[in-house]
Design a protein around this ligand. Structure first.
Ligand SMILES: NC(=O)c1ccc[n+]([C@@H]2O[C@H](COP(=O)([O-])OP(=O)(O)OC[C@H]3O[C@@H](n4cnc5c(N)ncnc54)[C@H](OP(=O)(O)O)[C@@H]3O)[C@@H](O)[C@H]2O)c1
Length: 410
């Protein structure tokens, strides 16, 4: 079927959706460029305001209307495009109907979710339909989990070149990052905490590092996990728990499993934040560990949760200012030792704040990659950024999204 659009951005009015639309507009113009795209959402007035804010010439970007629970409108939207990019979250609350319809209509789909419990539900409910229809579904196309998933892929390609085989134990360490959170991200995080509080079985599921692997691969090597301040000899730094590790580790294990275990069946991987080598680094690692534990505890208890939502965290639609996005960046490192004890270090960097400035560009390039680079006959189903988009995506990220992938030493 020939569709009117390559990409429709559903949730064009969200905080991150607006950054993404700006990126698509700067890259591809309003219409008739390499990528034919449209903006979609539930409110025409808000869509018009967001489109107008993009500047001269943006008035030609087509607008589509759909509410997240309107099956007819979502189906009509899907029938008009090759790819839907969704930023409508929390996805566990508003995203399920769209994924079901994409899977059934054969529409390719990518998003920014980091809600692993919801991804598991979506795979279980829709994978058969996606395989039948040919829809390629790719969750986690933002800071969670593109730098981890593609960064690890790059690291393992280097390990293969240098040592003749990938390494079975790899660590990702966040060396430096500057950025903030938006209301949508905080709402998604808090929704996971709320669901987990009500459901012991879900808490057990969330603790499984192989949760997103196919059912016959949901067991694997015991996984390392930084849960409190510790000293890391390879990184030569104190490290603390990293808030996104619980998402990224699940995604990279799915990549390994669905690609047939290129990193090994006993592959072990963890993520943490570096806080420095001195005693100051140790104190910082302890503070980060305690702060994170305190935030999680406060999100569970209704009174403190109310205080957090009301006074502390950003509300839906809020997030880092344009200046904060511009001044933001990230630098993450991958460490692994060859069987002969040789240390390989690689890095991935981004030139904007991780969660928004960089994420908006990553998601836009993921959508364009899905629409233009992936052969039509590639199988439908639930993929990951590294397994489906791979090298073509990495190239787009380098060229158009301000990311670098480099060897540091080895
Ligand atoms: N993985 C990452 O690195 C990463 C980074 C950033 C964000 N995220 C995720 O991305 C999502 C968006 O975050 P955000 O802060 O940009 O969100 P936000 O500003 O709160 O925006 C939410 C969006 O959802 C739309 N929406 C809500 N209910 C809807 C409904 N019933 N029908 C249609 N649209 C509906 C809103 O439309 P209106 O404008 O009309 O209200 C708005 O466009 C969140 O889930 C967040 O966790 C992930």
């Amino acid at each position: 079927m020939s569709q009117s659009f390559d990409i429709v951005v559903f949730g064009a009015t969200s905080f991150v959706g607006q950054i993404l639309c700006r990126h698509l507009f700067q890259r591809h113009g309003a219409s008739g460029g390499e990528v034919r795209w449209a903006m979609a959402g539930r409110s025409r007035g808000k869509l018009e305001r967001v489109r107008q804010a993009l500047g001269a010439g943006a008035g030609d970007i087509p607008l589509l209307l759909a509410n997240a629970d309107d099956e007819t409108a979502l189906t009509t939207m899907c029938q008009q495009t090759r790819v839907v990019i969704s930023t409508v979250g929390p996805y566990a609350l508003y995203g399920s109907e769209l994924v079901r319809i994409c899977a059934e209509t054969g529409t390719d789909y990518c998003d920014l979710t980091g809600e692993v419990q919801w991804i598991r539900r979506m795979i279980d409910a829709n994978e058969a339909a996606a395989k039948r229809s040919g829809a390629r579904i790719v969750h986690c196309c933002g800071f969670d989990s593109v730098p981890s998933d593609l960064g690890l892929r790059f690291f393992q390609q280097e390990a293969q070149n240098r040592f003749g085989a990938p390494l079975e134990r790899v660590k990702m360490r966040v060396k430096a990052a500057r950025g903030g959170f938006s209301g949508g991200t905080v709402a998604s995080l808090m929704n996971v905490v709320k669901e987990a509080k009500q459901d012991p079985a879900l808490r057990k599921q969330l603790a499984n590092p192989h949760l997103l692997c196919p059912p016959d691969a949901q067991r694997g090597a015991r996984q390392p996990n930084v849960t409190f301040a510790e000293y890391d000899e390879d990184a030569r730094s104190w490290v603390a728990p990293f808030v996104m590790a619980a998402i990224n580790t699940r995604v990279v294990h799915r990549s390994n499993a669905i690609a047939g275990f290129p990193y090994g069946r006993e592959f072990a991987y963890d993520e943490a934040m570096m806080t420095g080598i001195s005693s100051k680094g140790r104190v910082m690692a302890m503070s980060v560990s305690l702060g994170l534990a305190g935030f999680m505890a406060a999100s569970v208890l209704p009174p403190s949760r109310w205080v957090l939502e009301r006074f502390v965290v950003p509300k839906p639609g809020e997030g880092p200012t344009p200046k904060e996005q511009e001044q933001g960046f990230f630098d993450i490192r991958f460490y692994g030792q060859s069987p002969d004890g040789e240390l390989l270090i690689t890095k991935v960097t981004g030139d904007r704040d991780p969660g928004y400035g960089s994420t908006g560009k990553m998601l836009g390039e993921a959508g364009a990659c899905l629409a233009l680079d992936i052969p039509e006959n590639t199988a439908g189903g639930f993929w990951t950024p590294a397994t489906l988009l791979g090298d073509a995506f990495a190239e787009r990220l380098r060229e158009h999204a301000g990311l670098t992938f480099e060897v540091v030493s080895g």
